[in-house]
Design a protein around this ligand. Structure first.
Ligand SMILES: Cc1ncc(COP(=O)(O)O)c(C=O)c1O
Length: 353
């Protein structure tokens, strides 16, 4: 299992500080969660039905006709590699490490590249996986550039499909991939953190070969509900649905997420608040000599040679931040209120003194 933020229980044990004393800034989950209303008993008692309000709410929210609900975008990240025969895959680095891990585990030939190199060399691969805005760096490649890149990849892929491959492919058992158009290149775009600027999402522009992953955990602050969506072409979604099986989302989650996706007034105010808090956090870090190396509405990222020691020193002050080691860096999630900002301010002053 890979390392993730949000491991508060472990911090409690490691530092001997009670849970309620911690300020957890170790994830990119918004501290301003959509307010979950009471859940009707039937949502617990009946089997979930896929013709409830969820799909229509998701189509409207994502601006896309073909969407598949999944138990967190992580469920799709783990399953997608099983829908292709062994492929040459390029994944952005640094980035959410589960992507490269899942493609490797499924036996693909995986290369990790910084965003610029990934975009420049995209044509060399069968599958390109990137995150926008990237977690943790915040890089967000331009939508038009990505669409152009995918068009080029499809035409190059079509030409090279006529040439027999040099490298022998290991034998394999037939998979759900047989029903998906597997030979063509894929561009997998993880937009878990794009809800702060939905006009930049690729979801409404999806076509064959483009797979967009969206998360309900970050913007709606509903990480525990385990809900996300895949936006792609119908053949791919059918193959993925087949692989994941029925009832991927629980009844209570379907009920809550359908309402959250439809609450446009809340979406608008949450976006404003995220933008304000994000720039407040950037200013605070800058004041302490940690001007962000990157970031987005949900977090800021700072490359720092002493990142590990800084994380430890902040943890001793009961503030949990995420450490990355390639390169050495920290990621700060958004403090949820004035008191949390003040605590981070005091702790950074003490730690950096
Ligand atoms: C970039 C990115 N994508 C996807 C995920 C998975 O999110 P979820 O499964 O909650 O939708 C995460 C979780 O941190 C993430 O950082």
């Amino acid at each position: 299992m890979l390392e993730h933020g949000g491991r508060l229980g472990r911090a409690v044990r490691d530092y001997g500080i009670p849970r309620e004393a911690w300020l957890d800034l170790s994830t990119g989950v918004s501290p301003h969660a959509w307010p979950v209303p009471p859940i009707p008993p039937a949502a617990w008692h009946r089997l979930p039905e896929d013709d409830d309000a969820l799909l229509e709410a998701a189509r409207t929210y994502y601006g896309a006709r073909h969407v598949l609900p999944v138990a967190g975008s992580q469920a799709a990240i783990a399953a997608l590699p099983r829908l292709r025969p062994p492929s040459r895959v390029a994944v952005v680095q640094p980035g959410y490490a589960e992507h490269a891990h899942a493609w490797r585990q499924a036996g693909h030939d995986v290369v990790t590249l910084p965003m610029d190199a990934l975009l420049a060399r995209a044509g060399e691969f069968d599958v390109v996986v990137l995150i926008r805005p990237n977690n943790p760096t915040g890089d967000c490649p331009d939508m038009e550039a990505l669409l152009a890149l995918q068009t080029r990849a499809v035409s190059v892929g079509a030409a090279s499909a006529a040439i027999p491959r040099q490298r022998a492919r290991p034998p394999r058992a037939p998979t759900a991939a047989e029903t998906a158009p597997t030979g063509k290149p894929w561009l997998v775009v993880d937009e878990a953190f794009i809800d702060g600027r939905p006009e930049q999402s690729l979801a409404p522009h999806v076509r064959e070969g483009i797979i967009v992953l969206r998360s309900v955990g970050k913007f709606f602050g509903l990480a525990g509900a385990r809900a996300g969506f895949v936006v792609a072409w119908p053949g791919l979604l059918d193959a993925l649905a087949e692989t994941l099986g029925p009832w991927t989302l629980t009844g209570p989650t379907r009920h809550v997420v359908a309402q959250a996706l439809s609450d446009r007034t809340w979406h608008a105010s949450a976006r404003i608040r995220l933008r304000e808090d994000s720039s407040r956090l950037a200013n605070l870090l800058t004041k302490h000599g940690l001007s962000p190396s990157g970031g987005c509405e949900f977090f800021h990222y700072r490359v720092h040679a002493e990142a590990c020691a800084l994380q430890h020193a902040l943890a001793e002050q009961a503030i949990l931040v995420r450490h990355f080691d390639n390169p050495q860096a920290l990621r700060f999630g958004l403090p949820g209120d004035d008191e949390a900002f003040a605590r981070l301010d005091r702790a950074l002053a003490a730690v950096l003194a």
